[in-house]
Each structure stands twice: as C-alpha cells, then as structure tokens.
Design a binder for this molecule. Structure first.
Ligand code: MRU
Length: 338
C-alpha cells in the first residue's frame, strides 16, 4: 500500500522539535500545517478541533506529553490532566496518555517519550492496515457503501479505520460507490471524508444526513461502515452524532452495519454504552451557518457530539486484533484481550 496521508507529525529532535498538525478546520479549502511547542497549545488544538478523530487525538496527546517532559516529570502529570479534559468521549485520548504515563515512570526523558510516541503512531498505522484488510473482505464489487463522519487517514495516525476499509476495497479493484453523510453540525463528512475520497479517487456522492434512510429504501446502499470513539465491553458503540440513526435505518432494511476501530477505542471498564460520557459542544455549531445565525435568537439548542449505537445493531467490528462477530460481550473480550 502506498504511503498514507497523516494528520500529525513530529518535526525535529525531542529537546527542541514541535508537533505539526494539519489544520482540519481549514479543509478542504486549504492544507495548512501548524506547529505546536507546548502541551497547553496541543490541548487547545484538540479542544478547537485542529486535530480530531479518536485515534488522532490520542496520538496528539501522546506527543503533547513529550513537550511537557521538557519541563520535568511533574509537568508530565499536570499536562496529562489538562489534555485528558479536552474531549471526554474518545477513549483513545485517555489511552494515549496512560501509555505515555506508564512509559514516563520508567523513563521520563523527552527522548525516551518521543521514541515511544512514535512507536504508538507506527502501531496505529499498522493496525489500521490489518483492519482495512479484514473489512475490505466484506465489500463486494458493485456495492453502495454508506459512511458517517470522517474515519479516514486524517482521523488516525494514517490509513484510517472505516475509510481505510473503503480505500483497501478500491485498491483491490472492487468497483464501489460511497455515500457520504454530510455529518451535521461540523460537516466532517462533507469537508473531510469527501476530500479524502477525492484524493483516493473513490467515486462518491455527498448526501444530507436525513437522506440516508431513503437511499437505503431505494436500494442504493448495500453496506454501512463507520469508525468509533469508544466501545463498551458489550459492543455498544459511541460514534459521531447521527451514527445511531444510520444503524437503525440499516437494520430496518437488512443492510449490514459495520464498525472499524482499533483496540485503543475499547473501554472494557464499561459494561455497556450507558456509561460512555457524551461531549456536548457549543450551541453556535448548530445555530450559526457561516457566521450567521439561522434560527431565532431565543431558540434553545441541544448539541451532543456523539451517540451510542446498541451492539445488537452492529453486524461486526473490524479491529487490529481481528473481527468481532457476533458483537457481544464474549466476542469483544475474546478478540480485544488477545
Ligand atoms: O468530533 P470528531 O470529528 O472528533 O468525531 C470523530 C468521529 O466520530 C469518528 O467517527 C471517530 O473518531 C472515528 S475516527 C477513526
């Protein structure tokens, strides 16, 4: 497989280098890379969604701790708390911080932590390639494939999860057409997934989120696949708001709904999805369009960034450790604890 696009990279040595992030707020219009030299700046970048997508924010946070390590071991603990508080739903963030934290107890040097963060980054990309191969086997030539949000290379260390599966199917010569949910309110589908699919040369059609069920009823969709932000022990999946509706519609039409996610997205401490914290974001994401308010100023807004799809609606989960199918507590434990 060709070298994949990545949304983040470390530039320079451990003592003076910076974390470079592709500013995803500017896509698809501009490919702007920004440099970050402190954990506080990395935390702001995660909160403001310069970098987003569960595995990508986990890796950004890990590199953020390399920057903190320059100030000594106590600063690593402090920065870890700050970074953990930026976005609550994607467990990859806590996972990246925990992995670096464990490593720092053995070797808190910026050099040692940079090497370790780079290894996690490489592992993420390699895991995505394995999951792409598993998922692509479920895609047949001629299929219409629906996806929600952006689970592409730029949401991970590279390659992507759900889009990695789609890209691999295309690479294998399968003729597919992707339906891209625009993904209100932040339009990750329209801005990011459509951009990645264009770069990959995968034929695709952008639709409003509310159109997905009707496309399924018309027979245009044969498979749906998304990424995930946190998966509980029983297989309940938290992902971008609107994913649950896609899964219900797919179930109603007998269309398989799959999820692609690495082991770092699983939270086996939660028995089911009820315990997953759901981030609520600024009302302006819903009330405003291009800087202009689109509803009366007194109208109330609810803006949860994620929802939880019950395991019963998920046909299988492609992971870097194998495929989980059926999706239940026993299979989750068997595959993830491998
Ligand atoms: O709010 P975002 O853009 O960070 O949400 C991202 C998603 O919901 C993705 O589907 C998920 O993180 C999987 S990314 C491989």
């Amino acid at each position: 497989m060709a070298e994949s696009l990545a949304p983040l990279e470390w530039s320079g040595d451990a003592a003076r280098g910076v974390l470079r992030l592709l500013d995803q707020r500017r896509l698809p219009h501009e490919e702007l890379w920004l440099d970050f030299g402190s954990p506080e700046d990395v935390a702001r970048a995660i909160r403001d969604m310069v970098v987003r997508g569960a595995p990508a924010i986990g890796l950004a946070a890990a590199y953020g701790l390399v920057l903190a390590a320059r100030r000594g071991p106590a600063a690593i603990v402090e920065a870890s708390r700050l970074l953990a508080a930026t976005r609550p739903t994607a467990v990859n963030l806590a996972w990246g911080l925990a992995r670096l934290g464990e490593r720092a107890r053995v070797d808190p040097s910026p050099e040692g932590l940079l090497e370790f963060a780079r290894a996690l980054h490489r592992e993420d990309v390699e895991g995505n390639r394995r999951m792409a191969a598993l998922g692509a086997a479920r895609i047949e030539s001629g299929m219409g494939v629906l996806t929600h949000c952006n689970a592409g290379a730029i949401a991970t260390g590279g390659v992507g999860t759900a889009l990695g599966v789609i890209a691999e199917a295309q690479r294998q010569g399968k003729r597919i057409h992707v339906f891209v949910d625009e993904t209100r309110p932040r339009l990750q589908g329209a801005r990011l997934t459509a951009w990645e699919l264009s770069r990959l040369g995968v034929p695709h059609t952008l639709i409003c989120d509310g159109m997905a069920a009707s496309l399924m009823a018309r027979g245009l969709v044969q498979l749906a696949v998304t990424g995930a932000d946190r998966i509980a022990e029983n297989g309940d999946v938290a992902n971008k708001i609107g994913t649950y509706g896609v899964a219900i519609a797919a179930f109603h039409h007998g269309i398989p709904f799959h999820v692609a996610a690495p082991a770092s997205t699983f939270d086996l401490s939660l028995a089911d999805g009820a315990g997953i914290p759901i981030e609520e974001r600024d009302a302006a994401e819903v009330t405003d369009w291009g800087g202009t308010r689109i509803c009366p100023k007194e109208t109330a807004v609810f803006n949860p960034a994620f929802d939880v799809t019950p395991a019963a609606l998920v046909r299988s989960i492609f992971t870097d450790r194998g495929e989980i199918s059926p999706v239940d507590r026993e299979s989750v434990r068997r595959v993830i604890q491998r």
